[in-house]
Design a protein around this ligand. Structure first.
Ligand code: GAP
Length: 447
């Protein structure tokens, strides 16, 4: 047990992103992309535990959004007609101001460096180039023959795949306003300064929902969605004092919005945007109508078949960023400096944990393993479980703590006599003896 004088667990939060990066690599959560070739900037790979966590998070969002009458899902393709990006304003306006240092060639976002001072990397003064606009969209070519190929873009947001399908979904699903369309998918931005682990990357996943509403109702709908979205982050276990609202000032609003607010999380690097809730007016649908020449008007049967372009409230959360917040928030170092009791534990919400139950035979012995394997098979058909028989039991507990496994089930010699097992809970480390017959029911109630 922990060794503080009062016997309580002394715990501290994550102090630096570096500690998290190293845990994620050590424990198979997240690896640098193409690591054996020296890596590629702004891209990360999710390992076996990372993808379980990510899928759990995506499932939690998907359920929250679509287990209701007024929201349906889509999965639009990443490659879209280039005119989509002309209409949306991304070709002309989706850019960041860029400067290079002429001496050391380091590249900066002009709004993130003091151009009147020396280059932060090489220390030389007056070496910055003029500011130029750098479009963040990745270009590629559609078609096999270079001479007939046409430029096409990797989508920089998933939202446009929803807008262009608005009428397809509305008519086929016979939806009346207000209703929403949800989507999870990859987005790509050629960020000038990616970094801070998976906070800012060049390839990431978004979980976006466009809620189509009658013009004039945007203020009340925005309030409703703000509350719903904030609560979702709380349901994921994020601590309330680590979350805050950051409204966009009127003069900084994106060209498409008449109101916008971010939900920020306090990462070890400081407060950062995790989700945006935007009142996008009728901008996108109007633009697509204009550029495609196809009517995207909604026919209001309840109001004499009046036709109009709906307004939109958008909720847009980065899957990777929200996952980073969950990792940062759940990371605890307990009893630091106490060799017997020090541990790192990811105290995340049970429903997000990559592995729910670890099955641990006390020893690598035939009779214990036989019972353990049988139990593992039984548990594994209901919960994502892991079998581990390597190393001391203490080490195995620590391994599971570091990936956030809520329950460890240990099979020992008493099990053979009385059919009971020890169940250890992750956060309290409390252990209780439970009959194997009741184990699945016990776990189902807790998880
Ligand atoms: N459709 C609206 C939209 O894309 P955004 O504020 O540009 O809005 C929404 O992006 C969310 O996507 C952000 O709050 C963030 O969580 C995530 N995101 C944006 N750029 C990102 C990047 N380079 N790396 C990781 N996540 C990113």
């Amino acid at each position: 047990m922990p060794s503080s004088i009062l016997g309580e667990i002394l715990e501290s939060n994550l102090k630096s992103m570096h500690d998290l990066v190293s845990l994620c690599k050590r424990r198979g959560l997240i690896f640098q992309s193409s690591e054996i070739y020296g890596g590629v900037g702004g891209a990360w790979d999710f390992g076996p535990y990372g993808i379980e966590l990510k899928n759990n998070l995506k499932n939690a969002w998907w359920k929250e959004m679509t287990l209701r009458e007024d929201v349906v899902g889509v999965d639009a393709s990443i490659l879209m007609h280039p005119m989509v990006w002309k209409a949306s304003g991304h070709i002309d306006g989706f850019s960041d101001p860029l400067v290079d240092c002429k001496n050391c060639k380091e590249r900066y976002r002009a709004d993130q460096v003091d151009l009147t001072k020396a280059c932060p990397k090489c220390g030389m003064k007056d070496t910055f180039t003029d500011i130029r606009q750098f479009n963040l969209m990745f270009k590629t070519e559609l078609g096999a023959m270079a001479d007939t190929a046409s430029t096409i873009y990797l989508r920089p947001e998933t939202a446009q795949g929803i807008f262009v399908n608005f009428l397809n979904v509305q008519t086929t699903m016979r939806k009346k306003l207000p209703f929403g369309i949800a989507q999870i998918g990859k987005a790509f931005r050629n960020e000038i300064t990616p970094g801070n682990f998976i906070f800012r990357t060049r390839e990431f996943e978004q979980m976006e929902m466009q809620y189509f509403i009658k013009p004039g109702t945007q203020a009340e709908e925005m309030e409703r969605w703000k509350e719903e979205r904030f609560n979702w982050h709380l349901k994921n276990g994020l601590r309330k004092d680590k979350l805050r609202w950051a409204p966009h000032p009127a003069d900084k609003l994106a060209h498409y919005a008449d109101a916008a607010v971010d939900i920020e999380y306090e990462f070890p690097i400081g407060w950062g945007e995790m989700e945006g809730i935007h009142s996008r007016t009728d901008f996108d649908l109007t633009q697509h109508e204009k550029f495609s020449g196809k009517s995207l008007a909604y026919t209001d049967q309840a109001d004499g078949n009046k036709k109009f372009i709906p307004y939109v409230i958008e909720t847009s959360v980065g899957c990777d960023r929200s996952l980073l917040a969950i990792l940062c928030d759940s990371y605890r170092l307990e009893n630091e400096g106490d060799p017997e009791n020090e541990r790192v534990v990811l105290k995340m919400a049970y429903h997000l944990a990559p592995i729910k139950v670890a099955v641990l035979p006390l020893m690598k012995k035939g009779d214990l393993e036989e019972v353990s394997r049988k139990l593992f098979k039984n548990i594994g058909s209901s919960f994502k479980a892991e079998y581990d028989n390597a190393g001391t039991i203490g080490k195995r507990y620590r391994r599971q703590d570091e990936i956030g496994t809520p329950f460890c089930v240990t099979i020992d010699y008493d099990t053979l006599k009385d059919q009971t097992v020890t169940v250890r809970e992750r956060d309290s480390m409390k252990q209780e003896r439970i009959s194997m017959d009741n184990l699945l029911k016990f776990l189902a109630e807790k998880i």
